[in-house]
Structures are given as C-alpha cells and as structure tokens.
Design a protein around this ligand. Sequence first.
Ligand code: GEK
Length: 244
Amino acid sequence: MSDTRPDQLYANPLGEVDRFAFDRAVVEVFPDMIKRSVPGYATIINMIGDLAERYARSNSRCYDLGCSLGAATLAMRHRIRASHCDIVAVDNSPAMIERCRQVLAADTAEPAVELVCEDLQRIRPENASMAVLNFTLQFIPVEERLDTLKHIAEGLLSGGVLILSEKVAFDDPPHNELMIELHHNFKRANGYSDLEIAQKRSALEQVLIPETLSAHRERLRRAGFTSVDVWFQCFNFASLIAIK
Ligand code: GEK
C-alpha cells in the first residue's frame, strides 16, 4: 500500500475534540497514522500473509473484517497458494471502502476480492479457512463481541484460523499505566507531539474499548475456538491466533 499524506489531524489545538470516526480526513492519512501509532503493525501484516500461505485452503474463503485500505487483504492475496480461494473484505466506512477499491484495482494478484461496505456484525462468514480481525473488534460494543466471534467461528471450517489483533488493557493498574506510557513514547519517537497524543487519546476514549488478554482468550473459547494464544505483543498491542 503506497503511503499517503502525513497524519497531522490532531496537530493543532481543537477546542472540543470530536469522537474519532473513520471519515475521509482519516482515510487520507490512514497508512501513515496506523504505522506511526500501532507498534508492530508492519510485522503483523506480514505474518497475516505468512498465515494465509499456511491456512488458506482451496475452494474456500478468507475474510478481512474491518479491512480499512486493505493491508491485510493484500498480504493474504499475495501469499495464498491454494486455488480458488477468494477473499471477502468488509468495512462499514464508505470512505475506507472507496479508497480500498482503488488500492485493490492497482494490484494484480490472482485471488478474487469481494469488497463489502457493511457492518461486520451483519456478516455471516461461510466456508472460511481464515478470518482476520486486525484491530477491529476493539470498535465493536463489548456486549456484542461474543456474538460477532460466534458467527465467525460458525463460518470457519474445522481447523480454520482467526487472527485477532487488539489494543489491550491490563488488570494491574501500574502495569497498565506503564504500557500506556511506553506506547506514548513510541508515538513520540514517531514524531507525534504531546498535544497530538492527548487529543487522539480523547477522540478514541468512548470509541476504542480495550480489554484484557484473558477476557479475549476466554471469549474466543466460548465462541467455539479450541486453540487460542498470543503470538505477538508489544506494550498494549497484541495479536492472537485462534484455531477452530
Ligand atoms: C488493517 N484491519 O489495516 N463493521 C465494519 N468495519 C468496522 C466496524 C464495523 N462495525 N467498526 C469499525 N470498522 C486494518 C485496520 S482500523 C484500526 C483496521 C484502527 C472499521 C473502521 O471503519 C476501520 O476501517 C477499521 O474497522 C479499524 O489491517 O484504525 O485502529
């Protein structure tokens, strides 16, 4: 995915900070924003490709739920070796989907991609060998997360994989604070000012709800996944592999 404009959305003082939304302004800076904000993002995207090579099966589907500009979709598309394995990429932001369509049109890899502008909670995956929720479940209301995961588990073939990446919280308050501070240091090292960090934090306050890794593990098991564990973590960002 080619880089776009630098993220300066929160560079100037905003009297009142609006709730964060995936609108056109965010789309314009999204690749820069996510790279500078999420520790390990590039590694996780690469590994999603790796896992697609291993788990994508012939005559099945791979789902990218909350696809944004299609980074995980492209990683899968370039690494799927199975024949007749299509990708379904879903996002409920029309601005994201519109730009994602352009990104995908410029890519010539073989697997077909169906791009769907829809709330992922309304999607019922079918015949899936792989599903990806890369930093998306955190935007779904907490009480609706179990049903979302159940629908994914129901649509996965036995032995199919879900990659769940999330910003996470920790039970121990001092440790939680330490992880938040280290994350803010990471953002500072990537050129964000204290003002940008503070305003973005308040924009995300009611929108992105992190949970503990144990809450995620337990919910994944309740949803029908048998093998669940963390494969990546840096500070308060983690990615889990869950096998049905
Ligand atoms: C990546 N996975 O680059 N239904 C569908 N999409 C949703 C919903 C919903 N209910 N809620 C939020 N989104 C991507 C990055 S970004 C993560 C994912 C971030 C979408 C939202 O529109 C946005 O595009 C995406 O989930 C979250 O690997 O910005 O922190």
